[in-house]
Write a protein that binds this ligand. Structure first.
Ligand code: 3PY
Ligand code: MG
Length: 257
């Protein structure tokens, strides 16, 4: 079980730096978790994770005392419920563009009366240590985070209404897709200057609604800037980048000049 849950850290107002893992081997997720991240995201949208690898990696990362988040594929809200049942503490849903998308996501994430999540958290209860169904039920809705990705112009237009959906706990900004859609397919650049204003706007609106602001970045420098701005869950790069940069750094002294 995690030494401190994700929701405890977020409620304390602390910043969570999130490791991003697409490789489906549980040892990769565990190694990255133990290297110092505050939480680990297992990526089923663009990464290679499937339900079985998610189940295994939640075990290995939890053994390291690090909370797990799962990003599900677009529209796969059944997987959102399954990720919670497997012990994920939060789920990121990509491309939540409308209130209907947000409602479907919240329904999968929350038990009645907020949503329509079906009962079966056998593995989750092993990790939380809850001895009874009643104990898990009592805190599940409040302690699992549903993070809706805002990464299109349409989502930006619907931001307030998406945030108003009961059961949506926070917003996760996808800067690459946001740059792609705001530039009408001309640019993919998560650090583009034209994203500065929307990134600040999303933060302000999310904070005003008392919900959790989260964002993806591809560097420690950018991640720190987002933390200083006020974002609270901040993804820093991804496993393919950690490997490539590590190899480059290791080989750098061997290169002939
Ligand atoms: C984006 O930047 O679009 C993302 O989805 C981050 O993974
Ligand atoms: Mg995206």
């Amino acid at each position: 079980m995690a030494s401190k849950s994700l929701i405890e850290t977020v409620r304390a107002g602390e910043t969570v730096y999130l490791g991003w893992v697409g490789n489906p081997d549980p040892l990769v997720a565990e190694t990255i978790a133990r290297a110092g991240f505050g939480a680990i995201n297992l990526d089923m949208q663009h990464g290679l994770h499937d339900p079985v690898s998610v189940m295994r990696a939640i075990g290995s990362v939890s053994a390291a005392g690090v909370p797990v988040i799962v990003r599900v594929p677009v529209g796969d809200f059944a997987m959102a419920s399954r990720a919670l049942d497997m012990g994920a503490q939060a789920v990121i849903a990509p491309m939540v563009n409308t209130v209907a998308d947000a409602r479907a996501f919240a329904d999968a994430m929350k038990y009645p009366p907020i949503g329509k999540r079906s009962w079966g958290p056998t593995r989750a209860m092993m990790l939380t240590g809850d001895a009874s169904a009643a104990a898990y039920l009592q805190r599940a809705n409040g302690e699992t985070l549903s993070l809706a990705m805002i990464e299109t112009r349409e989502a930006l237009d619907n931001l307030e209404a998406i945030l108003d959906v009961d059961g949506i706990d926070g917003i996760f900004v996808g800067p690459s897709d946001l740059s792609l859609t705001l530039s009408n397919g001309q640019v993919v650049d998560g650090d583009a200057a034209f994203l500065d204003e929307p990134i600040r706007h999303i933060l302000k609106v999310t904070q005003a609604k008392g919900k959790v602001p989260a964002i993806f970045t591809v560097s420690g420098v950018r991640a720190r800037a987002m933390a200083d701005l006020g974002y609270r869950i901040i993804a820093v790069g991804l496993d393919a980048l950690y490997l490539r940069e590590g190899v480059r750094r290791m080989l750098e002294p061997t290169l002939d000049r």
